[in-house]
Design a protein around this ligand. Structure first.
Ligand code: AMP
Length: 451
């Protein structure tokens, strides 16, 4: 294990760390420190609680020279107001003995007060995307000196629909800057953002080997489709003593709603759901009810459930197989805590088999497959995503699907099968009227008339 000494920090930073009582850097701090210091773009996969705020702030503060300039040099974007406050607080703790000006800005509060604070001069600004963009557009905040952009909780940011806000901000930031991103989960959206906007950032993730697999029993069911998964889940949940606190993971909002709808009739009062389209109050209420044991079943997306600290979960059900194996580790890490044997069950379709194999590769453990219970009905109902793509003919509202298979071979129509012999028009007319019919040469006709 390394120590903070190896980071070669200034005395002032070391004093602050001592005051905080930190002895060793956390794994994410250890790994990201040299990368951030090198100036390369970086994506860190780390959850809240891993020390990620200091993971980016330590190298940034080490390099940030004292300056009297008014325009900020470091921008930290976070998805929520709460996080703005939390990050500002963490930076302040670290900068007790150094002269650094930090400001947190977020929406829903008076923008003029924030403009005045900016005018005083700042080094680091921590912001939610909407408010930051408004401040930049109003010209109260100048971004021309920005050297480092940190986006924290990228997954939540995208899940809350901030993609366009982020793109707008990228446009107005100086091109020469370092990009540092942190995300608790790797999702398709996060990967797309990275591929679209960043040049091969270095990816850092902390070893998942820390997940105590030993006290989690894992099982898998091969299931043909979504609605058969629903039937299987309903079947399992019948055993209320065994399945007494169940966290069901799905990878996106649409599936979460679809599953919730399918279960609602049967499990109405025992069921709750959390995903980012639900209001914060609704989510907090759901989590509280589930944690207190008032609701037996919680359906959640990966992004929303990260960082959930829920006690005594009897089962984690992976209703679908995550595309990123790390997400499986995060999911099952919700069970099997503190000397308590956890249980997890994975539902996988034929299509998801490969994803299951990547997870097994990461864990170096093969998930035992249980025989599908015969009493569970196999559904032939398919979700829109599961249905084979139909080729629509002559729908003017639909663009042609270039990947769709073309029409089968058929004989050419009579018209198209003709070979070009030249002068076809004249020949056709001649056939019809038995004599050549042309408009003729005007002058020739004139000449002949006169004769
Ligand atoms: P974060 O993941 O940034 O939300 O940090 C989680 C908590 O860990 C915060 O309260 C930090 O103050 C604390 N922390 C950060 N780095 C360390 C460290 N090296 N040792 C002990 N605690 C830390």
């Amino acid at each position: 294990m390394s120590t903070f000494k190896e980071f070669n920090l200034s005395n002032q930073l070391n004093y602050a760390i001592d005051d905080l009582g930190f002895v060793n850097p956390t794994p994410i701090q250890e790994k990201s420190f040299p990368v951030i210091l090198s100036g390369k773009d970086m994506v860190g996969i780390a959850q809240t609680g891993t020390g990620k705020t200091f993971a980016y702030m330590l190298p940034i503060l080490r390099e940030l020279k004292f300056s009297k300039q008014l325009t900020p040099r470091v921008l930290v974007l976070v998805p929520t107001r709460e996080l703005v406050l939390q990050v500002v607080e963490e930076i302040e703790k670290l900068s007790t003995y150094i002269n650094v000006r930090v400001l947190g800005v977020y929406g829903g509060t008076n923008i003029n007060t924030q403009k005045q604070a900016i005018a005083q001069g700042i080094d680091i600004i921590v912001a939610t995307p909407g408010r930051l963009y408004d401040l930049a557009l109003s010209r109260a905040l100048k971004l021309k000196s920005m050297q480092k952009l940190v986006i924290d909780e990228v997954d939540v940011m995208l899940d809350l629909g901030f993609r366009f806000q982020l793109m707008n901000i990228f446009e107005i930031l100086p091109e020469r800057r370092q990009n540092i991103m942190f995300s608790a989960t790797m999702t398709d959206d996060v990967e797309k953002l990275i591929n679209d906007y960043f040049i091969v950032p270095e990816k850092i993730s902390i070893a998942v080997s820390g997940t105590p697999l030993d006290n989690i029993s894992q099982q898998g069911y091969s299931v043909p489709n979504f609605y058969t998964k629903v039937n299987l889940l309903i079947h399992l949940l019948k055993d209320k003593d065994e399945f007494n606190k169940v966290l069901v993971f799905v990878s996106n909002k649409k599936s979460a709603d679809r599953l919730f709808e399918a279960l609602q009739e049967i499990y109405d009062s025992e069921l709750c759901v959390i995903h980012s389209n639900k209001t914060q109050n609704y989510r907090i209420r759901s989590i509280r009810q589930f944690d207190a044991g008032e609701n037996r079943i919680l359906v959640a997306t990966d992004v929303m459930a990260r960082g959930l600290d829920l006690d005594e979960i009897s089962h984690v059900i992976n209703f679908d197989t995550p595309s990123f194996p790390e997400n499986y580790m995060h999911r099952i890490g919700r069970t099997g805590r503190a000397e308590h044997e956890g249980k997890t069950i994975l539902f996988f379709t034929e299509r998801e088999k490969q994803l299951k194999e990547s997870i097994e590769g990461l864990m170096k453990y093969e998930i035992p497959t249980i025989e599908f219970p015969i009493e569970v009905e196999i559904s032939d109902q398919l979700t829109p995503e599961e249905r084979p793509k139909e080729v629509e003919i002559n729908n003017p509202h639909k663009k042609n699907d270039l990947d769709a298979p073309g029409p089968a071979f058929h004989e050419k129509s009579e018209k198209n099968s003709k070979t070009n012999q030249g002068g076809s028009y004249r020949r056709e007319i001649a056939k019809k009227y038995k004599k050549p019919k042309t408009r003729g040469d005007k002058n020739y006709n004139k000449r002949n008339k006169k004769k």
